[in-house]
Design a protein around this ligand. Structure first.
Ligand code: HPA
Length: 233
């Protein structure tokens, strides 16, 4: 038990998939896992453990933003002996050619905040995903014939910004925007564990193209299937 997770240590698998939304964790667990058990409901941050192709996997909500995923991933790595965390989330696209429903494997994340400095004493603004997990995702996606795009994500702190960030995006070579990966990557580096982040593009900030909730649900599952396959490798 930790301050934020009531699961027993043995009820959390070595690999954890983390959607932001705890209800999405429920949906994924119910759709794909066998022998599913609800292992955490503190703050309604549902976590489920079950088996996929006979291998134990945990699906856990992370909440939104670096502080939230920072807490859960820290506790999973350091108190539950988790080895791999794959965030599975959504992102906005900063580029016309990165379209809604594209699947994006984050190679590195640019952080707005000083989370990486405070949590892991890392001075860099750009933090890399775990290379093993990142490469495994690329290989599994290729095997499944699912195209992935890859590069640098903006791990933003502010969803509703006051300013135009076109220049900032160009200068820092940012492809897409989400709000969690830099904290996850920094915690993984500090704990000497693996982290990756797979994203489905939910909106394009250039073309203003958006997705419907129903379409999002279907397309999100491609990314989930890649992550589950990686979990059992
Ligand atoms: N900003 C931040 N995070 C996001 C967005 C966005 O536009 N879309 C999906 N996740």
């Amino acid at each position: 038990m930790t301050p934020h997770i009531s699961a027993k240590k043995e009820d959390i698998a070595k690999t954890v998939l983390m959607p932001g939304d705890p209800l999405r964790a429920k949906k994924i667990a119910e759709t794909y896992l066998e022998n599913v058990k609800l292992v955490n409901e503190v703050r309604n941050m549902f976590m489920y453990t079950g088996t996929y192709k006979g291998v134990e996997v945990t699906i856990a909500g992370s909440g939104m933003g670096c502080p939230s995923i920072g807490i859960y991933s820290y506790e999973l790595y350091n108190f539950y002996d988790v080895e791999n965390i794959i965030r599975i989330g959504s992102a906005g696209s900063y580029k016309e050619e990165i379209k809604v429903y594209d699947v994006y494997n984050v190679k590195e994340a640019y952080g707005d905040s000083n989370y990486a400095k405070l949590a892991a004493n890392i001075d860099d603004k750009v933090i890399k995903a775990g290379t093993e997990l990142y490469s495994l995702i690329e290989n599994v996606a290729k095997d499944k014939n699912i195209k992935t795009l890859t590069g640098r994500a903006h791990s933003a702190d502010v969803f509703y910004r006051h300013d135009d960030i076109t220049e900032f995006v160009k200068e820092n070579e940012l492809d897409v925007v989400e709000m969690e990966s830099v904290a996850l990557f920094a915690n993984a580096i500090k704990a000497k564990k693996q982290a990756a982040c797979l994203l489905t593009i939910s909106d394009n900030l250039v073309t203003k193209e958006i997705t419907t909730a129903e379409e999002r649900q279907n397309n999100f599952m491609q990314m989930v299937e890649i992550a589950l396959e990686v979990a059992v490798k």
